[in-house]
Design a protein around this ligand. Structure first.
Ligand code: MG
Length: 264
């Protein structure tokens, strides 16, 4: 079932979205050579506590994963791309770090992810990162009333394949609102003009993620951390959006620097 959100409900999700965007911005600024992933995780725990927010990842227990997720942030380095467990690891020069954060505030959820390169970026990594951001922008642009779900998927796919990157379809975007995962599933590959008709009031997390040279994934023994099967580097970009009569709105838009994150 897809629950359409009222404009007032979308505003509440935007409040959460601004917080998520702000914390991801802080992480991007903190992530530097020598910084430990556990320090980033603890920064987010502190911010969530201060804000009175609830983590969507803490105790998340889907069909995969060995036991519930006991962290608030997914931190995935280099060939790891999704659900990376924060662990005792000091970032190194040139590392590619994907950060995924989902929280609820007063019962309304927002979910976003961002990839940064620590220290000196390699050209191949920069190209991959830009492709995920471009694919996300294309998917957002297609999220309009009257279009179909396949238009979003096809737009994401066209950018990725246009850059020569293969696409894995085991994990993709999703509806969200009162919880982190709601209908529909939003594949990162699809046929334009097919699938569910998009309507104003739908709220979706779009999240293209790519590995440079493979569409296959492997899980770590922890059951959580997902890596490219060939060890190639990866990137992930995600926004929570609302489809409105006026077109797509990004609810997890980054605020300008120095903006106050604690006010709605
Ligand atoms: Mg996410």
């Amino acid at each position: 079932m897809i629950e359409l959100k009222s404009p007032a409900e979308i505003e509440r999700m935007r409040t959460t979205g601004r917080f998520v965007a702000q914390v991801l911005t802080e992480l991007a600024e903190l992530a530097d050579v020598g910084v430990n992933l556990l320090d980033l995780e603890h920064h987010v725990r502190d911010r969530i506590r201060e804000r009175g927010a609830q983590s969507c990842y803490w105790d998340y227990a889907p069909s995969f994963g060995n036991g519930p997720f006991r962290n608030v942030t997914c931190l995935s380095v280099n060939d790891a791309v999704l659900h990376g467990l924060p662990h005792d690891y000091a970032l190194r020069d040139g590392d590619v770090l994907s950060m995924d954060l989902a929280v609820g505030i007063d019962g309304w959820v927002a979910d976003a992810a961002r990839t940064v390169i620590v220290g000196t970026p390699a050209d191949d990594d920069l190209r991959l990162l830009r492709a995920t951001e471009e694919a996300l922008a294309a998917g957002i642009e297609a999220a309009r009333p009257g279009n179909r779900l396949g238009d979003i998927s096809a737009a994401i796919e066209a950018v990725a394949t246009g850059h020569g990157y293969p696409i894995n379809t085991d994990f993709g975007g999703h509806g969200l609102g009162r919880t982190m995962h709601e209908d529909p599933h939003v594949p990162n590959k699809g046929r334009a003009g097919r699938g569910l008709q998009l309507r104003a009031g739908m709220t979706l997390a779009l999240e293209p993620w790519l590995a440079r040279t493979t569409d296959r994934i492997v899980f770590d023994p922890d059951g959580w951390t997902i890596r490219s099967a060939d060890g190639s580097r990866t990137a992930h970009s995600e926004h929570t959006i609302a489809i409105t009569e006026d077109g797509p709105q990004v609810l997890t838009r980054r605020l300008p620097r120095h903006a106050d994150s604690t006010s709605a």
